[in-house]
Design a protein around this ligand. Sequence first.
Ligand code: PMV
Length: 323
Amino acid sequence: MKFVAIAHPNIAFIKYWGNRDDKLRLPANGSISMNLGALATRTSVTFDPQLDEDVFILNGIQQTGDSLVRVSRFLDIVRELANSPLFAKIESINDFPTGAGIASSASAFAALAMAASSALGFDLDEGALSRLARRGSGSACRSIPSGYTEWQIGASDLDSYAITLADPDHWALTDCIAVIHSGEKEAGSSEGHRIAATSPIQAARVADAPRRLDDCRQAILTKDFERLAPVIEQDSNLLHAVMMTSNPALHYWRGGTVEVMNAVRTWRKQGIPCAFTIDAGPNVHVICPTADATRLESRLREIPGVESVLVSGVGGGAALLSD
Ligand code: PMV
């Protein structure tokens, strides 16, 4: 039987980078994000006794190599839980550019965790689903619960999962994503997590994470944009300082990335509430109160180097669509 699930990507306000345990994807620090309701991954899973290997079709293209292996290794975890020998056909569609720092792996593994576990007969609660999604991609655990979510670092596999901090309608924020380049990125985040500790800045970034998490959490709970803006920009800058100083160094920014960062700082000085944050890619997420999104979107489109602008408000959690 075919099981279909939908999940949204998320944008981290306080970033996850580096693992205490790479295999279990237990993070070096906790993280906080907002689900992006306007963007989605839809994934169907059918376990089929006729198949002698997993078949993975992404955006209409049959996958081979690393992309197939990563999905198959994840399904092995679900098969082991269910004690099932069956292979599956997985069809997944992203309605946004894949692999360009818009966290396609987060929505991908959140939707896959939900569809695959349901297809093998599980009815996992939110925490268990979030733990499972975490095994595919760390940030995917934050796309299981709804709204603004926090991935609690946890002491072990059992308590490292994400919870809702605030529902989507708690605070109307919008992410205007300035797409600088929509192709595949050069270095994936799994490699980045593995080398994070080679940067001398990583230890300081991790040690200070509880303060930034607390600041960000309070800013969300009290809907205080003036408190949110500096902490998310500082956290993003810390992440990229670690990336640029790891061995090998990871440089994700392009000229357009810096243009947008400068523009955001200028606009804020002019009194427009906005703040930037950047994941493992060149695109810039400009976070703002929803009331300011339209004017920011049109200003972003005028910046040379900006290919397009995607706009999303706060989204719900992962959901099963049908069976
Ligand atoms: O879940 P991963 O392995 O793709 O790592 C996500 C890393 C960042 O997007 C840069 C930060 C985050 O917390 O989402």
